[in-house]
Design a protein around this ligand. Structure first.
Ligand SMILES: Nc1ncnc2c1ncn2[C@@H]1O[C@H](COP(=O)(O)OP(=O)(O)OP(=O)(O)O)[C@@H](O)[C@H]1O
Ligand SMILES: [Mg+2]
Length: 252
């Protein structure tokens, strides 16, 4: 059993895409790349992953098109859906360690964390992550919030050497297509001066991120915790590029 890497998408800003990017990355790794993952949902204010999994179960039972897609996928995949453990920030690290000691053997453990740096339990949890990914958008208030969060983690936590964190990477998400090359490039240069690094991949604002299934219709799933993103919806999403960059970063 090799030690898994602990990964979190984190930022103060609510609605930045932390849970969505966690689910998409986890599912691509587990269901497309064959890299076993586990998710610790420590956002005890809303437990988004419980909602995602519950919805997955409903739509793949009720919608005949998705039921068939699920059947066909598991015929080839052979493995199981990844485990989702529900807890809170104070207990999350221990819950993961306990599960590993019980025999779970994921290569990556994702922690879905609520967004605040004012809670000491969250700061302690962030400190035991190996890698942090900070979603950032081009909306001015969101951008400031993500830069402030990443700077705080780098300057107050990483450089003091009191954390396991090996790198903090910003991830452009929810970007209107026109802003892609101009604004992101400009802000990347500014962030570099602050010692902050962003991944090359930019995720657009796109309706596919809402596609997590309905009880009828023939639209595939993009964000699912039980299946990989639908192949048609993956096209042009830049998600495979993001996952490749994340794998390079976390060395998995
Ligand atoms: N690239 C995108 N394009 C369009 N919608 C997106 C994109 N990324 C995320 N969203 C949507 O934004 C909303 C908020 O995302 P999500 O719940 O993942 O954010 P969060 O950071 O986890 O929020 P919270 O702080 O409440 O936990 C969701 O409805 C999600 O589908
Ligand atoms: Mg969330």
């Amino acid at each position: 059993m090799s030690e898994p890497v602990f990964v979190a998408f984190a930022t103060q800003k609510g609605g930045a895409g932390k849970s969505t990017l966690t689910a998409l990355t986890a599912s691509c790794l587990h269901y497309l790349d064959g890299v076993e993952v586990m998710v610790i949902d420590c956002d005890d204010r809303q437990h988004s992953f419980k909602d995602y999994r519950d919805k997955d179960v409903v739509v793949t039972q009720e919608n005949p098109y998705l039921k068939r897609a699920m059947f066909n996928f598991y015929k080839k995949f052979k493995g199981k859906p990844y485990e989702i453990l529900l807890t809170n920030p104070a207990e999350a690290a221990q819950v993961a360690v306990d599960r590993l000691e019980e025999g779970a053997d994921p290569k990556v453990v994702f922690f879905d964390i609520t967004g605040t740096i004012n809670d000491p339990a969250i700061v302690r949890l962030l400190a035991v992550m190996d890698y942090l990914f900070v979603p950032i958008s081009t909306d001015t208030a969101d951008m400031k919030s993500s830069i402030r969060f990443a700077s705080h983690v780098v300057n107050q936590m990483v450089t003091t050497g009191q954390t396991k964190i090996k790198s903090v990477n910003l991830v452009w998400n929810r970007i209107p297509s026109k802003a892609k090359t101009t604004l992101c490039d400009l802000i990347d240069k500014y962030m570099e001066e602050l010692g902050l690094h962003s991944l090359d991949t930019v995720l657009s604002s796109s309706a596919r991120f809402f596609k997590d299934g309905a009880v009828s219709g023939k639209t595939g799933l993009f964000r699912s915790t039980m299946m990989p993103p639908d192949r048609q919806l993956l096209k042009g999403s830049n998600l495979p590029e993001l996952v490749r960059e994340i794998r390079e970063t976390i060395k998995v």
